[in-house]
Design a protein around this ligand. Structure first.
Ligand code: SF4
Length: 315
C-alpha cells in the first residue's frame, strides 16, 4: 500500500472542501476502497474519513417517503421495519449482496459508489481505460462472460456490480449531495451512474469534492416486491443477472436489471409490456444490446429471471 495522509472530517462542507485537493478520497466503511488500495488500483494521497458526520439515520420525509443517511449500514437499512414493510425489494436486494460482515460495515453511499469487478480492472498488467484512461480495454476480445451486454462502449464493457442500487432504481430514489460551498443537490438515481462512452473512468454524476449525504425514497408504491439474483454460486458472488421487480395487482409493474450494464438498467417504456409477459419486456429492455460471444447467454437469462420473478410476484 502506498503512503497516504488521513483526516476525520467534522462537517460535510469541510469534508467536501478537503476532497477538492487532488488525489483525495472519502472513506466510510472502506469495504471496497481498502481492497483497491491494497492492490494499488486506487492510490489516494489523502483520505477524508466521513464516519463522524452523523448521516446514520433513516427518517420519514414530509412526502411520505424515507430519507436514508449516507452512513446507514447496509445491515441496518435492510433490517429497518419501514423498509421491510414498504420497500421490500430494497431489503431483498441488500441481503442478496456480499456477506453479513461486509453488510455491517458497508454504507449506503459507499454501496452506490462501489467499482466494477471486471477482472482486467483488477489486473494492473492489463490495459484498462477505467483504471488508466487511454490505455485500452483488455476485456474487448478477452474474457467477457461476466461483463456487460448493453450500455457498453468500445472503450469499456464493464458492469456496475451492486444490488442495492438496482432496487433503488426501480423505486425512483434520489441521491442527495453537498459540495465544498455547502450547496445541496438532488440527483435522480437514473442520472447518477454514467454510461462509459469514451470516458469510462468517470462513473457517476458527482463533481470533484461532492459528498453524498443521503438517499431519499419516494412514498411507497405498493405491489409485490421481488429481487431475483442469478450468480455462479449461492452466496457471496456478484450477479450474472439480477432483476428487481414490483408487480401490481392489475398486472402492471416496474423492473430494473443488474449485472448486464454499466449502471442499474431500467427502461420505463419497456414496463408497458408487463401484462404481456417477460419476453415482451425483455425485448424492449434490451433493444440495442451488444453481447459478446461469451456473455450472449445473459440476454436469455434476463428473460428467464424476469419471468420467474413476475410469476413469483403474481403467485
Ligand atoms: Fe477496464 Fe472497462 Fe475494459 Fe474492464 S471493460 S478492462 S473495466 S475498460
Amino acid at each position: 500500500m502506498k503512503p497516504f495522509t488521513y483526516e476525520r472530517a467534522k462537517t460535510a462542507a469541510d469534508a467536501a472542501k478537503s476532497a477538492l485537493r487532488p488525489g483525495t478520497k472519502f472513506i466510510a466503511g472502506g469495504t471496497n476502497l481498502l481492497d483497491l488500495m491494497k492492490l494499488q488500483i486506487e492510490a489516494p494521497q489523502h483520505l477524508v474519513d466521513v464516519n463522524g458526520l452523523g448521516f446514520d439515520k433513516i427518517e420519514a420525509t414530509p412526502q411520505g417517503g424515507l430519507r436514508i443517511g449516507a452512513l446507514v449500514s447496509n445491515s441496518d437499512l435492510a433490517a429497518d421495519t419501514r423498509v421491510r414493510r414498504d420497500y421490500g425489494v430494497l431489503t431483498r436486494a441488500i441481503v442478496a449482496g456480499a456477506s453479513g460482515q461486509l453488510r455491517n460495515k458497508a454504507t449506503t453511499a459507499g454501496n452506490l459508489l462501489q467499482r466494477t469487478r471486471c477482472p482486467y480492472f483488477y489486473d494492473t498488467n492489463q490495459a484498462c481505460n477505467k483504471r488508466k484512461p487511454g490505455s485500452g480495454c483488455a476485456a474487448v476480445g478477452g474474457f467477457s462472460r461476466q461483463l456487460g451486454v448493453i450500455g457498453t462502449s468500445d472503450a469499456c464493457i464493464a458492469t456496475y456490480p451492486g444490488d442495492m442500487a438496482v432496487a433503488m432504481r426501480v423505486l425512483d430514489a434520489t441521491v442527495e449531495t453537498v459540495n465544498a460551498q455547502g450547496a445541496a443537490r438532488s440527483i435522480p438515481i437514473a442520472d447518477f451512474h454514467r454510461l462509459p462512452g469514451t470516458t469510462p473512468h468517470v462513473e457517476t454524476a458527482l463533481a470533484p469534492g461532492e459528498l453524498i449525504t443521503a438517499v431519499t425514497l419516494p412514498k411507497p408504491i405498493g405491489g409485490t416486491h421481488i429481487y431475483r439474483k442469478v450468480r455462479d454460486r449461492a452466496s457471496y458472488a456478484f450477479a450474472l443477472v439480477s432483476v428487481a421487480v414490483v408487480v401490481q395487482k392489475d398486472g402492471t409493474g416496474r423492473v430494473a436489471v443488474g449485472g448486464i450494464a454499466p449502471r442499474p438498467w431500467r427502461v420505463e417504456a419497456a414496463e408497458a409490456a408487463m401484462p404481456q409477459g417477460a419476453k415482451a419486456v425483455t425485448n424492449r429492455l434490451l433493444t440495442g444490446a451488444r453481447p459478446t460471444e461469451e456473455n450472449a447467454f445473459k440476454v436469455s437469462l434476463t428473460e428467464r429471471a424476469l419471468a420467474s420473478a413476475i410469476a413469483e410476484a403474481r403467485a
